[in-house]
Design a protein around this ligand. Structure first.
Ligand SMILES: Nc1ncnc2c1ncn2[C@@H]1O[C@H](COP(=O)(O)OP(=O)(O)OP(=O)(O)O)[C@@H](O)[C@H]1O
Ligand SMILES: [Mg+2]
Length: 236
């Protein structure tokens, strides 16, 4: 897997302080064991963490949803996990290099610690590269390019990146990658257009809890002529 550069967004997820070095980083579940004892009827010591990727084009609302889901799930951003596990190569010009191969290897070695409830073996990995890592299930957040444009502009996206992200969402690059990289897990595509963050979070929460059959391929922005029009017209 080639090295990839990720946009360096400040970690928006309220993380419980977790392990900081790769040696200590045996689990993300460690932080839960005190707080959630009531759920700890069963333990999963030594079992691998089950990762679910929450991915999507920048601006699709991954971090926002991650913040809401952090009330009930263990949540970590790819960049934060890479930092914790010593898989970043520093920063330059606001960008952070993540060594995806090393991160994938180290993720595969993470194990639940003694006392971790079985359900909490599931951790959510947030980021637009998350689906390229060794995850079980994948949630791809989609957003109509017109709404995505508003969200990204509001966030002050620079023009080149804005255009690239809108084009990428229009043709469904992340969904395509996620489908191509899918192993045995499930893949769900969620249209966030016109939905509030809490409504999206509820929907994703239900998917995580019930794990219905995969459902994707129903979002098609290109059949909306306004989308191609916008892409051709929009200099930014
Ligand atoms: N469902 C939603 N409805 C309206 N606005 C939203 C929604 N979800 C997120 N936003 C807004 O869109 C912007 C981008 O959201 P967010 O940072 O969560 O995206 P992201 O997918 O994490 O992007 P990145 O990949 O760049 O980290 C934020 O300003 C956020 O408040
Ligand atoms: Mg984000």
């Amino acid at each position: 897997m080639p090295r990839r550069t990720v946009l360096d967004v400040p970690p928006p997820v309220r993380l419980r302080r977790g392990p900081t070095s790769s040696n200590q980083a045996r689990t993300l579940a460690r932080a839960w064991t005190g707080a959630r004892r009531t759920e700890a009827a069963k333990t999963a010591a030594g079992l691998p963490i089950r990762w679910t990727a929450i991915t999507g084009t920048p601006g699709s609302g991954k971090s926002q949803v991650g913040r809401l889901l952090a009330r009930h799930w263990e949540v970590v951003e790819v960049a934060e996990l890479a930092d914790r596990l010593g898989c970043t190569d520093g920063r330059s010009g606001g960008l952070r290099e993540v060594d995806m191969d090393r991160l994938a290897r180290r993720m595969a070695r993470l194990r639940a610690v003694r006392g971790a409830p079985v359900r909490l073996r599931t951790a959510l990995l947030i980021g637009h590269l998350a689906h390229l890592l060794p995850v079980r299930d994948v949630v791809v957040l989609r957003c109509h390019p017109r709404e995505l444009r508003r969200r990204l502009r509001h966030r002050g996206a620079v023009s080149g990146a804005l255009r690239a992200n809108l084009a990428s969402e229009a043709i469904g690059v992340i969904l395509f990658e996620a489908a191509k990289n899918r192993q045995r897990g499930r893949l769900w595509e969620v249209d966030t257009t016109g939905r509030s963050p809490s409504s999206v979070a509820r929907l994703v929460d239900r998917l995580l809890r019930t794990r219905p059959a995969s459902r994707f391929g129903h979002v098609d922005w290109l059949s909306d002529p306004r989308v191609t029009e916008q892409l051709l017209r929009d200099p930014a």
